[in-house]
Structure formats: structure tokens, C-alpha cells
Design a protein around this ligand. Structure first.
Ligand code: SF4
Length: 200
């Protein structure tokens, strides 16, 4: 269902050059997807290069793992992409990390420049369940820190259910530990429960 306010926000995000204007070497072109009727919102860190090229969140290998996880919770990828909302803390590809491994983590200044967009997305879509993916998004949505302390739990914040997940990219070493992988399984069980309870 089209929504004029969300369409306007999307147009603003696509046209945004705030980070470039502030001197950050991002690749402009905000990446996000989903309708105003979405009841679940996935919030990642920032799009990668292939996401930026094709304009689709979690398009490549990190998407494969994320949708394997969401599949365990009972969601079909195509249906999820069509009906739920996917976005990020910063919405443009930040470029590769200087060390060559993985993508550059957006600076606090870039995060602050982009923050009003996420606030507006949340206000317009009003998701019942938010899935922050990766440490940056978890910190923003939960205000708390370490993945090891929060993954596996479900938290009620501002009337929404927050279910944190680690970042599914291969650059994340957090998933190497069996204890952490067990926490992810707990988180997926929480999501499956919420999906059934609220018919999401
Ligand atoms: S990351 Fe966000 S604030 Fe920065 S240019 Fe892209 S849309 Fe604008």
C-alpha cells in the first residue's frame, strides 16, 4: 500500500548527500526496502557494495545467512522482503575498511547525520518487532552494548519487541564461538515465538 509520507521520506533518503557534504567518502544512494504496513523491521549497520549496486538490503552473502536465520524462525525470504521493512543505521555504502577486511564502520558523525532518517522510518512504519543486526544497530536500538550480553533475549522498548542478532557477514568473528552460536539459536527461537504469537 503506497504511503505519501513514507514515499517522501524515501525520496529524501535517496537524494541525501549529507555525509558526502561533510567530507565522508560514502557512495551515495540510500538502501532500504519495505512498505509502511510492515510489522517487522530489520536494522543493519550499513549496506555493502553489492547492496549499493543493486539497491537491495542484505543482498549478498550476509543476506544468505540472515535469511537462513529468519527461515529458521519461520519466514520465507521472498515474502519477508515483500511485506517487512529493512534498513540500516547509515543507509549509504561507507566503502571498504582501510585494512582491507570488510566494510568501513560508519563514524559516530555519519551515524548522527543519518539518525533522523531511522527515527522517521520507525515513526512512520511503527513496527511491532525490531531486529537490530550487528553491534552498531543493537547499541542504537537497545542502548546497551555487548552482543554476548543481549543476543538470545527479547526486550520491550517503547512498546516494541527488540530481538538482537549479530551481524551475519563473514567479517564477524563473534559467531566463531559455540556459546555465541547457541545464543543465536535462542534468538531465533524468540523470533519464532513472536512470529506465531502475533501472526507476523
Ligand atoms: S548515510 Fe544517511 S546521512 Fe549519510 S548520505 Fe547516506 S542517507 Fe544521507
Amino acid at each position: 500500500m503506497p504511503d505519501a509520507a513514507l514515499d517522501l521520506l524515501h525520496a529524501e533518503m535517496r537524494a541525501c548527500r549529507r555525509c558526502l557534504d561533510a567530507g565522508y567518502a560514502i557512495v551515495p544512494g540510500a538502501v532500504f526496502s519495505g512498505p509502511v504496513t510492515a510489522r517487522v523491521m530489520v536494522v543493519g549497520q550499513a549496506p555493502g557494495v553489492t547492496e549499493s549496486q543493486v539497491g537491495r538490503p542484505f543482498n549478498a552473502s550476509s543476506g544468505r545467512r540472515l535469511f537462513q536465520w529468519l527461515g529458521q524462525a519461520g519466514w520465507d525470504e521472498a515474502a519477508f522482503r515483500a511485506t517487512q521493512y529493512m534498513t540500516a543505521i547509515t543507509k549509504c555504502f561507507p566503502g571498504k575498511a582501510s585494512g582491507g577486511k570488510g566494510d568501513r564502520v560508519p563514524t559516530p558523525a555519519e551515524q548522527a547525520l543519518c539518525a533522523p532518517f531511522l527515527e522517521r522510518e520507525l515513526a512512520l512504519v511503527q513496527p511491532e518487532v525490531v531486529i537490530p543486526v550487528g553491534g552498531l544497530a543493537v547499541k542504537r536500538l537497545l542502548g546497551a552494548g555487548r552482543l554476548s550480553d543481549v543476543v538470545g533475549g527479547v526486550y520491550e522498548v517503547d512498546g516494541r519487541w527488540i530481538v538482537p542478532l549479530p551481524h551475519p557477514s563473514g567479517a564477524s568473528l563473534w559467531l566463531n564461538r559455540p556459546k555465541n552460536r547457541a545464543q543465536v539459536q535462542q534468538a531465533l527461537a524468540q523470533l519464532a515465538h513472536l512470529r506465531q504469537r502475533f501472526s507476523l
